[in-house]
Design a binder for this molecule. Structure first.
Ligand code: FES
Length: 182
């Protein structure tokens, strides 16, 4: 079953043209699929496989290898806290525990209202500003419980203000709004 829009297919076509062989475009094409659907479903993998002349299982192997692709549905806001050594030394585990307690979810889980998903991830290359997390496409650094509270509150308020918009639009607007405070 086709799940990608005409617009997504056009963007994929443009990306594929840049590579000597179709399969080399897999990573950016997966991003297109995920940006449109919010995650990479099995149906999306099959469609991508068809477009790039790959086996669906090969697409799944790649999508499930990288933490940047979600192979299960996620919340509107994906909180990915770095747990690698430098962040860990600077309090990442305390931040993870604080988020877990505040939202009532464990790493890998999504809140019942579908707003937040929490993940522990490997180094995101912002070690000099540890502890840090990525929320959708944006980094938030030098984290403290107070900063986490501010981010969650901002997300909840924007979710309410833009409830009619799609998840991706909400993500973008929130990222831009909180940028100056991060
Ligand atoms: S160790 Fe956390 S960003 Fe590198």
């Amino acid at each position: 079953m086709a799940v990608l829009s005409v617009d997504a297919l056009e963007r994929i076509d443009t990306i594929v043209q840049k590579y000597p062989v179709k399969r080399s475009a897999l990573l950016p094409v997966l991003h297109v699929a995920q940006n449109e659907l919010g995650w990479v479903s099995r149906e999306a993998m099959e469609e991508v496989a068809d477009l790039l002349e790959l086996d669906p299982d090969q697409v799944e192997e790649v999508a499930s290898f990288y933490t940047m692709y979600y192979t299960d549905p996620v919340g509107t806001y994906v909180l990915e806290v770095c747990k690698t050594a430098p962040c860990s030394f600077m309090g990442a585990h305390e931040i993870i525990d604080y988020i877990s307690e505040t939202l009532g979810i464990q790493p890998g889980e999504t809140t019942a209202d579908g707003m937040f998903t929490l993940f522990r991830v490997e180094c995101l290359a912002a070690c000099h500003r540890a502890p840090m997390m990525q929320v959708n496409h944006r980094y938030y650094q030098d984290l403290t419980p107070e900063k986490v509270d501010a981010l969650i509150t901002a997300a909840q308020q924007l979710q309410l203000q833009t409830a009619a918009g799609s998840g991706f639009q909400i993500r973008k607007s929130w990222s831009e709004e909180v940028k100056t405070e991060g």
